[in-house]
Structure formats: C-alpha cells, structure tokens
Design a binder for this molecule. Structure first.
Ligand SMILES: [Zn+2]
Length: 258
C-alpha cells in the first residue's frame, strides 16, 4: 500500500529530475503541475481513507483469527436516547461491542459511560469535542483533544484505554505525531455501514451483511434510531451465520490498557 514517506520521496525525486532535465530540454510547466497534482491527490485521499494506512498504521480487522468473531463498534456517543437502547439490545443478544466516545458527551452522561464498562463493553477515545476542523489542527491541539478524553475515561470509569478511533476517519502527520506521543492504538474498520447518511435501514443493513465475515470490524454510530433497527437485524443475521460480536481488543488480541 502507498505510504506518505515513499510518495513524498518519489515526488521530490521526480521534481528534481525534471529540474535537471530542464538543462537539456525545456520541460513544460504542466509536467511539474501534473506531478504536484498527483502528489496532492494521493495525500488528500490518504488522509481520508484510514484503511490506506497512509500516514499511520491502524488496525482494521483480524482476518487471521480462528474464532467466528466480528467486532461491532459505535462512534460519536454516548447519546442519552440511543446508547441505552443499544446497550439493551446488545445485552439481550449476549453481544459485546466497542464504544468510541466523544469526551464532552461522556462528561455530560457519566452514568452511561460507566454503564458501557459495567456491561462488559470497551470504551475508546474519539476526541474530546469531535471538531469539524480536526484535520486542520496543529499537533498540540490534537494532543489536547485526545489527552482530555484519555484522562476523562480514567476519571469517570477508573479504567484506562489506549484505543483511538480517528474522528471522521481522518489521519495526517499531526494526528500521527499526537497518537505516537500518547501511545494510542488507532482502530479503523473494514465494514462501513454509512448509517449516518439518509440511506434506509434495509440498504445500510445490506451494506454490512453483503460483505461481513469473521475478523471484521463494523462501523456504526450510537446516535440515531435507524442504527437501533440496523443493530437488531444485524445481530439476528450474525447469529444465523454463527458469528459473534466481541470487543475490538478481543478480536485483535491486543492490550487496550494504557
Ligand atoms: Zn465520529
């Protein structure tokens, strides 16, 4: 897969080669522009597709496991209306999940935050305020967002975590530095449900069921009624396929404690 460092090196070498060639023949400006355009396109795409591991290596699945396990993950909660319903459904089905929570909502709903842990699920870091401009933050601001939520989890639940789900799935050199500084483990996904879009329940469910198999990490959000309906049907589907949802650290066989 493409990596930022090798793409940057190739772009610099190409530009220098073109500049050298310019002493022999006239290289049109459009050639330089084409190299820069390709470099920029790869950088932007690599920042948005966490699965590329372009800036930062994340965990996206564990296809090597023998057990019939998958991991359902929920981002952007806890949510006062939705998270309790999600927890009920998970309990009824004996399923475990991972909740990548936003710090400011954990502060607002400490009981829900604790309930997630008490019911055997895993809590992960999903920034403090999930700012829209997160991808443009400098390293110190990214560190602040992640450190605040890390401390909150410790303070509220008396347990710690090194699991981080990139907000908007965005990674870049500043996020890479912050993640390394705080020794976090970035957790991506390989089955994206698109449950936050206007797509109907059936379509969202089909997106998951058409590709899910053992070792997969499924991305959902505990922020809408639609996801509740999707989850209910998804758990029935998984049961029929003899698949069980476990927490990401169990699926990935990693230590989630900081
Ligand atoms: Zn999010």
């Amino acid at each position: 897969m493409l990596k930022r460092k090798s793409v940057n090196t190739v772009a610099i070498v190409l530009l220098l080669a073109l500049a050298g060639l310019n002493f022999v023949i006239t290289v049109p400006y459009s050639t330089y522009a084409a190299v820069l355009f390709i470099w920029l396109s790869l950088t932007v795409l690599g920042s948005f597709f966490v699965q590329w591991n372009y800036h930062l290596k994340s965990y996206h699945s564990n296809k090597a496991i023998n057990e019939n396990w998958v991991s359902i993950t929920f981002d952007d909660g806890p949510n006062r209306e939705i998270t309790p319903k999600i927890l009920e459904i998970l309990k009824k089905n004996g399923a475990k999940a991972t909740f990548f929570c936003v710090g400011k909502y954990m502060e607002k709903y400490p009981d829900l935050t604790n309930r997630i842990i008490e019911e055997g699920h895993t809590l992960g870091n999903h920034t403090y305020s999930h700012p829209e401009a997160f991808g443009f933050f400098g390293t110190s601001k990214v560190v602040e967002e992640l450190r605040k939520t890390k401390s909150l989890i410790k303070e509220l639940t008396d347990s710690d975590t090194n699991l981080y789900r990139p907000a908007f799935g965005v990674t870049n050199p500043n996020i890479e530095k912050a993640v390394k500084q705080l020794e976090l483990k970035p957790i991506g996904w390989n089955v994206r449900s698109l449950d936050t879009t206007s797509r109907p329940v059936k379509t969202v469910l089909r997106r998951i069921t058409s590709k899910v198999s053992k070792g997969d990490i499924i991305l959902l959000h505990d922020t809408s009624e639609k996801t509740i309906k999707v989850l209910e049907r998804l758990l029935v589907f998984l049961q029929e396929k003899n698949l069980r949802s476990v927490t990401v650290e169990q699926l990935l066989d990693i230590d989630s404690h900081a």
